[in-house]
Structures are given as structure tokens and as C-alpha cells.
Design a protein around this ligand. Structure first.
Ligand code: C5P
Length: 256
């Protein structure tokens, strides 16, 4: 069992992905607060709404935002965009860089220390597997590729990585203090029609393997539990809490 970072409140460990039209997204936030208070805004919501207006709205509702832009551009463009995010939107607590290019290190190391923005590197989309890597000419297996991306992210001073629960254990073994944020979560009771996620784990598996935060979308609002997102969230938070207890008990017995 892998350790995780301590001191994260239970309600912050679940990040709900708002891959929905704007009105549905805001309605869902209203239903889920205060059990959950961190919401992920990605391209789908930004391009289908009034752009960053939806992020402002979430701020007005007192939510913490994970702005999932998966930036992949020349260093200067990424640096300027990160600077804008950290100066204009203080309630954005996470954002993502899709891949890593040399030249970003300075911006990451010397960014505004007073800001709570955490910069995460997407190691490999959880919808991709070994065949997808081979298709784009990468000869590494998934674990080696994810670890290579993680080492670059850590060397550059990023706060954490996005990785599936299948790689979390190996990442945590090498990097005790790196944040691990895990999508591709599928509770045992969840069935997502036409699911595109390939590297999936249950909430328990991800936490036991060392994940700190879980990003979950469709199992919450397209779920077989009579479609009540509050019930889905309650079950997921219970599963996370039990897995943290299990993980803590196992590290305590390993020490004792
Ligand atoms: O609906 P589902 O639970 O699959 O949503 C997962 C969310 O996590 C999506 O918003 C997706 O964009 C995001 N994500 C991912 N894999 C990554 C990074 C982000 O699935 N590597």
C-alpha cells in the first residue's frame, strides 16, 4: 500500500469534472455544495459557455476551480497564460500542462509563491493505453512513459502529475511529496455508456495506490443510481474515507 500526502480534507479529495452544458454544470454545483467544493472546468465547458465567465461564476459560488486546459504550446505562451491565471483568478487551485517542454522550468520555479495555484503535468491521458502509444510512435510501455513524464515534471518544479490509479503506486514510491491527481475513476457500481477511459481504477484502488485527489465526472451525473448525483458523491466520499483509513492503518503497522 502506498502513502499519500496527509492533511487534505476529505471533501477536497473529490474533484467533480463539469463536462456538461453551462446551465447543467451550475445546477450540479448547487446540488453538490458543500459536500464537494472543487470543480473541474475543461475545454468542453469553456467553449460551450461564455468562456471564462463560467470560472468567474464558480468563484462567486465560493467554489475552488481546477482549470483543465492541458496547455501544450511554446514555453512563452504557457508562461504568460499561467501568469494570467494566477493573477486574475485566485480561486483556481489547479491547472494542467499537457506536455512538458524545456524552458518552462524558470516560470514554474519562480512563480508567485503567495498563490495557491498548483501546476500539474498530464503524464498520459487515461483514455490511452499501450496501443495508442505505439500508434504515435512511442516505444515505451505505459508505466515507463508515465514515469519519464513524472520525472521531468518533478525536475522542473511542478506541483504534481495527473496519472491513472494504475501508475500511482510507482510514482508515490519515487516521489513522496508530489501531488498525484487521478482521473479514470470508475466505482464498482458505475457503468458509463460507451466509456472512453482505458486505464481505470475504483476510488479505493486509486487511494490505496497513493493518489491524493480523484477527478470524477460521468459516474456522478450519468450513473445507474436513479441519477441522483448526491447519492453518487456520498458513496464515493465514503469509499475514499474508508480507503484512507485502510492506507493509514497499513502505514502505521509498517512503522510500528
Ligand atoms: O467522466 P470521467 O470521470 O471519465 O471524467 C474524467 C475527467 O478527467 C474528464 O474531464 C477528462 O478530461 C479528465 N482527464 C482525464 N485524463 C487525464 C486528464 C484529465 O480523463 N489524463
Amino acid at each position: 500500500m502506498a502513502k499519500g500526502l496527509p492533511g487534505i480534507p476529505l471533501q477536497d479529495r473529490l474533484i467533480v469534472a463539469l463536462d456538461l452544458p453551462e446551465s447543467d454544470a451550475i445546477e450540479l454545483v448547487g446540488k453538490l455544495q458543500p459536500s464537494v467544493n472543487t470543480f473541474k472546468v475543461g475545454l468542453q465547458l469553456i467553449v460551450s459557455s461564455g468562456g471564462m465567465g463560467v470560472v468567474e461564476r464558480l468563484g462567486e459560488l465560493g467554489a475552488r476551480v481546477f482549470l483543465d486546459l492541458k496547455m501544450f504550446d511554446i514555453p512563452e505562451t504557457v508562461i504568460q497564460s499561467l501568469n494570467q491565471i494566477q493573477t486574475r483568478h485566485r480561486h483556481i487551485v489547479f491547472t494542467t500542462i499537457h506536455a512538458f517542454s524545456r524552458g518552462l522550468e524558470g516560470a514554474l520555479k519562480f512563480r508567485d509563491a503567495s498563490n495557491s495555484l498548483k501546476i500539474l503535468v498530464v503524464t498520459l491521458l487515461t483514455s490511452m493505453d499501450h496501443t495508442d502509444l505505439t500508434d504515435i510512435g512511442i516505444e515505451k510501455n505505459v508505466m515507463d512513459f508515465v514515469m519519464a513524464q513524472t520525472r521531468r515534471a518533478a525536475d522542473a518544479g511542478c506541483d504534481g502529475v495527473i496519472a491513472s490509479g494504475l501508475e500511482a503506486k510507482v510514482i508515490r514510491k519515487e516521489f513522496e511529496n508530489l501531488l498525484i491527481v487521478t482521473p479514470g475513476i470508475r466505482p464498482a457500481w458505475a457503468q458509463v455508456p460507451n466509456d472512453d477511459q482505458k486505464r481505470v481504477t475504483t476510488p479505493r484502488e486509486a487511494i490505496i495506490n497513493g493518489a491524493d485527489y480523484l477527478v470524477i465526472g460521468r459516474p456522478i451525473y450519468r450513473n445507474p443510481l436513479g441519477n441522483d448525483p448526491r447519492e453518487a458523491v456520498r458513496r464515493i466520499l465514503d469509499e475514499i474515507a474508508a480507503a484512507i483509513d485502510e492506507r493509514d492503518a497499513s502505514s502505521a503497522s509498517a512503522v510500528g
